[in-house]
Unconditional design. Sequence first.
Lengths: 323, 392
Amino acid sequence: MLELLATADPGGTSLAQALLQQVANGIAKGSVYALIAVGYTMVYGVLQLINFAHGEVYMLGAYFSYYPAKWMGYTTDPEDPTFVPAKVPLYVVGFLFVCSMACCALLGMLIERFAYRPLRDSSRLAALITAIGVSLLLQNGGIMLFKADPRGFPTLVEQSSVDLGLVALTNTKIIIVVVAAVMMTGLHLFVQKTRPGAAMRACSFDMRTARLMGVNVDGTIGLTFAIGSIMAAVAGVLVAMDQPTIDPLMGLMAGLKAFVAAVLGGIGSIPGAALGGLLLGVTESVVGTFSTTYAEAVAFVLLILVLLVKPSGLLGKSGREKV
Amino acid sequence: MRKALILAIAATALAFTAIGCKDKGNEAGGSGATEDTVKLGLFVSTTGEIATFGGDTKNGAELAVEEINKAGGIKGKTIDLRFYDTASKAEEAGNVATKLATQDKVLVAMGAVASGLSLAAAPVFEQNGVPMVSPSSTNPTVTQQGKNIFRICFLDDFQGGACAVFAYKELGKRKAAIIRNQDDAYSTGLADYFRLKFKALGGEIVADESYKKGTKEFASQITNVKAKEPDIIFLPCYYNDVALLSQQIRGQGIGDDVPMLGGDGWESANLIPNSKGALEGSYFGNHYSPEDPSEHVQAFVKGYKAKYNTAPSSLAALGYDVVYVVKKAIEDAGEFDRAKVRDALAALKDFKGVTGTFSIDENRDARKPISILKVQGDKFLPVKQIQPQDVK
């Protein structure tokens, strides 16, 4: 520790500047947590179910764009060693995102239809255990199908450092932050301003009454899963673009962090998921300025302290309206 | 009826005793060898999580056995290689060791790759007086299990130190940053030995960052490293992490004038494609290089490619060398006797293998050079060999 302090002597950059840079890093990291966290929070809002398979949807989101890219010839692991990977054009990048979003939306609805709907009237514990089961099934199925070895993801965007005045971020991280902000705002507007959004809020408020009022409850729950999965799919492709190797267990840690972010922000609240994600990302990064060894440990201690003071999370309500 | 039963039991017991006696006679004489074959054991994991390492080792060893048998065997006896898969499990390594030592009664056992498995097998061989030679277990405690346990690869302390010597003396670097995987003994071991040696030489460690297993985003670590303006970055990690780290290091704007450096964990056919050019001009220490122009290495590479249609990895090269080391020891011993072969292994001097010329030291470890390779295009080019005496 003494030595650490000694070497902490700023070699060109001041501590304030380093901290600012870490806040920027943390916002990028937190944007990804937030995108995944909304999936946990929306499903919890409607069904009071913690969908542990959500991290795996994120993982599959990356694979659902990896394979189409590979089939179109954009790959880094060809059999021929002299092969030079082609540059991925922008319209293909767009197609990969859409493809991954569509596949994940379908997957999310299938998981709900076959794993959770039959158990909707059983105890919440049964559904929770099923969720863990689905998560393990997808992880191990992924290992079987895709092999455990991490795969190189094609370069969607050539990484470079962008100087933003006080801080510098890679272009991929800027894309992550912008895309996440647009998606989260869109989602918020959708839930607040549209009829399906109103149906979602109604279901989360009281599912039986909503049904009596003519809301298609099964359809609305399916839509909730689809939207959550779309957000996870986007997160999966964005992360694969920024950190271009993917493996079948990549959803494990990301899912856990996102779940923590959702709880921190107040599970059931969409703005809460965004706030929780950003806060977790920034805390981790800022603590990392002083010690990367204990960054996660310290970040989690802070979270526990927040939850001790405010057990329902930062923006969570103790009332029943959840979305 | 009862009498007959007792008689039968007595007879069986007698028969077992007789077999037991015969066994003892066999061991005292020339165990592991018959009239025209010599039994050698090989145990590595060809299934489970480290299957590729074991598979490569087995390929290398089998190529060597084939060559030796074609050329007339060891002192006129052909090698009877008894292979068992240890399935990446320590308990399986213990079972296999018992099988090799007591059922197959091999003269010498070769294995395992992973230190954890070697540690499980070593006590069994030690008890049974069977010499065991590990091709690639780098943990220092492996050969401390007993006087019958040997290895032919270098250790992590030497590897870390050699990287420091290369960075300081060959590249003239003075300010090193380290990014290590804090959950991995291999990574922290290399990092600690590099740190120690680099400082002892007069260099400065400007940053020493860690990350947790499974981390894919290193922005915090790299931000800290970049602020300290190092002139070299030491990455004692496995190739999957190195591929991501290197891209993010370059992506965050640390330029090509700051090379990266690492150990044998970098070696993989996936390293160059997955790092997408970010490692161009960086260096790592390895057991050997398939690009080594020496005749011996090229003959091995050619033979291996002909048999398996792929370039041999370090593990294949070590698997190949271990068989020849055993052959040399048996020839030096002059007879097919475990104790004599053990003594010959302990006295092995200046053995010329494809992984370098080496001797076995008083700790039953190999004293051998490390090859520093440079990443250039899609190749790993050998640039320098660091000798054990350069690091001491």
